[in-house]
Design a protein around this ligand. Sequence first.
Ligand SMILES: NC(=O)c1ccc[n+]([C@@H]2O[C@H](COP(=O)([O-])OP(=O)(O)OC[C@H]3O[C@@H](n4cnc5c(N)ncnc54)[C@H](OP(=O)(O)O)[C@@H]3O)[C@@H](O)[C@H]2O)c1
Length: 119
Amino acid sequence: MSIYRWLAPRGPSGYGYGSTAEQVTAGLDLTGKAFLVTGCTSGLGAEAVRVLALRGARVLGTARTLEKAHKSCGAVVGATGLCCRRGDGSVRGHASRASGGLGQVSCRLQCRAVEPHLQ
Ligand SMILES: NC(=O)c1ccc[n+]([C@@H]2O[C@H](COP(=O)([O-])OP(=O)(O)OC[C@H]3O[C@@H](n4cnc5c(N)ncnc54)[C@H](OP(=O)(O)O)[C@@H]3O)[C@@H](O)[C@H]2O)c1
């Protein structure tokens, strides 16, 4: 991260450009909550999966291949990797088949990138 992280102003929450997911969620107990994270293979998605699970949440991470999904979620206790591609149908349906269902999803994080022509 650039020197900007030290210079950028913080928002009203006290967090800013340089804040990490672990800092923002410090003290949170997400036990019993379920999160769906799209684009779990890298960047924001991978970090979201890791930190949400660290806080006790049940996390389902989706990727374009099962191999990638397992690679990014396999080592994270509380996380399940799932292959889900555009046009594959309902993510909830995939989740039910893959992991016995997510139950009530508390939050859905769209971390996947989108090709410019689809934005
Ligand atoms: N990083 C930041 O500071 C920041 C700030 C503001 C906004 N954003 C936005 O947040 C999103 C994620 O950023 P990032 O830095 O975490 O990006 P990233 O590291 O490139 O991760 C992108 C994720 O999206 C997946 N993906 C890419 N194209 C896809 C497609 N067509 N269909 C389904 N999944 C696709 C990738 O899967 P594969 O591994 O299969 O390619 C990967 O899991 C982007 O839209 C970015 O513009 C990021």
